[in-house]
Ligand binder design. Structure first.
Ligand code: HEM
Length: 424
């Protein structure tokens, strides 16, 4: 697996397999709980504002997405950015424990509007993420900044930290510990989380993994040089307009942010069309679905700004979170996990089964088809729920449980193949 032009990867600096893998194995379990919640409470898709809907959002955003992102950063920082995290095994154990228990407390606190649980979430998530960012900053200040990805990883970490700090602030407003205006901070939280944290991290890794895993031409230099800085720069201007109370400027900058996101998405789809891969694999398809769904989601966000039907905001959440980010992370996991197993076996001079043996195609493809099925049902459920129809919501909940359970199972099977190869 050769790195794309200009990106030297330091596999010797790769952390122990257990460091990223513990995050990848637990993340899908939060997805299973999200499906169960929807199966029992399909009415949650009627509006974005109910406590249950907020809890559901954070089962996906903190329970699944943040876990996968932090797990991936444990691998990407040393290997791609040359930033070796200190005491990786201990660090991974502490961060994983605090983020996992913090996510449970946050979901419980939001669902039951329970101040004690929300306060516990603030401490657990706050200390877990602060520990990780401190270790990452310590490693990054010692690492060179030779290319776009290491630089953009720094920007993504800063943006994610801002999003998390805003989330912690929102939780403290809900417990009554802070008396600040909720709605403007909520807007900033979502903007910095979606485009700043997740979007910039996705772009920074895509500069390397899309050409590498999907055999496409490299991203245009103008994009790898300026996209992340433009996105974060515009987010700062947009935040000033939101906090300063300039609605016209805020709307204009929101459109500019949507366009900047669109440029990355359309370029990725264009590069995929120029891939030299003979047959598209699941990761390829997952990226295509993810990128297409993000475009739909951005259009729904803009529609929700101007049209007052509750479905637009719920649809935006389904398209951006499940159809967009979850699809892309699924595609990444199916490349990263078998590759890491193969890498560690090879580095330990153990005869490694090839990737297809470590992770056969069929269960991966079928799991992805289940994910697509759940996505279609979630869209139908979001449209039907605002008209009081809950049948689709229940069905979507059931299929979401299956898809995330299957994802966890597929990851565990790679781990078992790895352990078998080690034991023989
Ligand atoms: C430390 C982690 C986090 C905490 C403590 C947190 C806290 C919160 C709180 C309290 C709200 C609700 C405010 C309200 O309307 O009453 C909220 C809304 C939201 N958060 Fe988070 N959040 C965190 C991380 C994230 C992440 C990582 C993402 C996305 C990647 C995210 C996405 C959202 C979204 C989309 C909403 C708006 C939901 C809606 O209004 O429909 N959050 N967050």
């Amino acid at each position: 697996m050769t790195p794309s032009a200009g990106h030297a990867l330091g596999y010797d600096a790769a952390p122990a397999l257990s460091a990223p893998l513990r995050f990848f194995v637990t993340a899908p379990l939060f997805g299973v709980v999200a499906g169960l919640m929807l199966l029992v409470h399909p009415e949650l898709l009627e509006s974005r504002w109910t406590p249950g809907a907020l809890a559901l959002t954070h089962l996906v955003t903190v329970g699944f997405m943040l876990m996968v992102m932090v797990g991936a950063l444990f691998q990407i920082l040393p290997v791609v950015a040359g930033a070796v995290l200190p005491a990786t095994r201990v660090l991974a154990t502490i961060v994983h424990g605090l983020l996992g228990s913090g996510a449970i407390a946050l979901v419980w606190g939001l669902a039951a509007m329970q101040p004690v649980a929300l306060t516990a979430a603030v401490w657990l998530l706050g200390s877990g993420f602060a520990t990780f960012v401190a270790a990452a900053a310590y490693a990054l200040v010692r690492a060179p900044v030779p290319q776009a990805t290491p630089r953009d990883l720094r920007l993504a970490l800063i943006a994610l930290t801002i999003a998390i700090l805003l989330g912690l602030t929102l939780a403290m407003i809900l417990t009554g510990e802070l008396a600040l205006p909720l709605f403007p901070l909520l807007k900033l939280h979502v903007g910095w989380a979606w485009l700043g944290g997740v979007g910039t991290l996705l772009a920074a890794t895509s500069w390397v993994v899309v050409p590498m895993f999907q055999i496409t031409p490299p991203y245009p230099q103008v994009l790898t040089r300026f996209w992340a800085m433009s996105a974060v720069g515009l987010l700062v201007l947009w935040s000033a307009a939101v906090l300063g109370g300039f609605p016209l400027l805020e709307s204009a900058l929101a459109v500019a942010l949507a366009l900047v996101a669109g440029v990355f998405i359309v370029t990725t789809l264009h590069l995929q069309r120029r891939s030299r891969r003979s047959t598209p694999d699941t990761t390829f398809r997952a990226f295509q679905l993810g990128m297409g769904s993000l475009i739909g989601g951005i259009l729904c966000v803009l529609a929700a700004h101007h049209l007052d039907h509750a479905a637009w905001a719920v649809l935006a959440g389904v398209l951006i979170l499940h159809g967009g980010f979850v699809s892309i992370m699924l595609g990444m996991l199916y490349k990263i996990v078998p590759f890491l197993a193969w890498l560690h076996l090879t580095q330990d001079k153990i005869k490694a089964p090839n990737m297809k043996k470590l992770q056969p195609d069929q269960p991966v493809r079928r799991q992805f088809h289940t994910h697509v099925g759940a996505f279609v049902l979630l869209i139908a459920a979001a449209l039907a729920a605002t008209n009081g129809l809950t049948m689709f919501g229940r069905l979507a909940g059931l299929i979401v449980m299956v898809e995330f359970g299957w994802l966890a199972w597929n990851i565990l099977k790679v781990l078992r193949a790895y352990q078998r190869a080690r034991s023989t």
